[in-house]
Design a protein around this ligand. Structure first.
Ligand code: BT5
Length: 255
């Protein structure tokens, strides 16, 4: 990670798209430059990880994607998701005065409820491999259906203030620029991990349950690896390194 690239963001706005990640991926495939941002007022087929849906009604949230063309080695690319989560947390603090928590690896939380999700996807393009980072921030409670109100929240609910897309978008583009630059400097991986840990109650000593496609286990978090993987100490004292899966906080004193 030696040369640092400025993002020089350019924003394309749409009323409605199936998914801003899909649109960004299409443009990246056609050769669009690093820093191209896609913003939509609604998504009709917003996506989460593992093809899960991201509910994105008209005017209720910020639906955003950015194309990155990282020049550093690919084993550092998982840190891009963490970098984006740090950038969202910083943007919400700067634009709305809202202090949030980050749940490993990609959820921005307020009082244990999800306020924002991040989806980073790697794609092949004719000018090399690229990453599309998608960010969905709930600005108002109308961003999600009542069925998930126990686990979802919005900036408006958290701050008791009405907030518009533009100030959050401005702050987000600025903070992505800052932390993407940081990630590319020598020592940038350690710096992003430190920034992530500073903002996340999930970094150390948190009782969690990890679920992936093959198993579920519980343990206590013991920090992050250099590539952003989560270290979890199980009941038997073994340290497991988690690179994929869903994490939930547990209250049971079971380890
Ligand atoms: C994520 O996935 O959290 C990544 C979400 C990324 C969305 C952005 S919006 C702009 C860009 N374009 C896209 O098409 N996607 C990106 P995951 O961790 O898999 O969480 C998905 C789960 O969150 C769903 O299964 C629901 O349970 C829940 N969910 C869906 N919509 C939600 C919402 N608006 N608010 C809170 N939770 C939601």
């Amino acid at each position: 990670m030696s040369t640092t690239v400025e993002l020089n963001p350019q924003i394309l706005r749409f009323d409605s798209l199936p998914s801003t990640n899909l649109e960004a991926a299409k443009r990246a495939t056609e050769g669009a430059s690093e820093g191209l941002c896609i913003v939509a007022r609604e998504q009709t087929a917003g996506r989460g990880r593992l093809e899960r849906p991201w509910i994105s009604p008209m005017g209720a949230g910020l639906y955003f994607s950015i194309i990155l063309r990282p020049q550093f080695e690919q084993r550092g690319w998982p840190l891009i998701t963490l970098m984006a989560a740090v950038a969202v947390a910083e943007a919400l603090l700067n634009s709305c005065g809202l202090a949030t928590d980050i749940k490993w690896p990609n959820d921005i939380m307020f009082q244990e409820k999800k306020l924002c999700g991040v989806l980073a996807e790697t794609i092949e393009t004719k000018v090399g491999r690229a990453v599309v980072v998608g960010i969905g921030i709930n600005l108002h409670d109308s961003a999600f259906p009542p069925e998930i109100a126990k686990v979802a929240t919005s900036v408006e609910a958290a701050t008791s203030a009405r907030v518009g897309v533009e100030p959050v978008l401005d702050a987000l583009v600025q903070s992505l620029n800052t932390y993407y630059r940081m990630l590319q400097t020598s020592g940038g991986a350690e710096d992003i991990v430190a920034e992530w840990c500073r903002r996340s109650s999930y970094c150390l000593d948190k009782l969690i349950r990890v679920t992936d496609s093959s198993e579920t286990f519980e343990g206590i978090t013991r920090g992050l690896e250099r590539d952003g993987a989560l270290r979890v100490e199980t009941k038997s004292g073994e340290i497991r390194i988690v690179r994929v899966g869903d994490v939930t906080a547990t209250r049971a004193v079971s380890v």
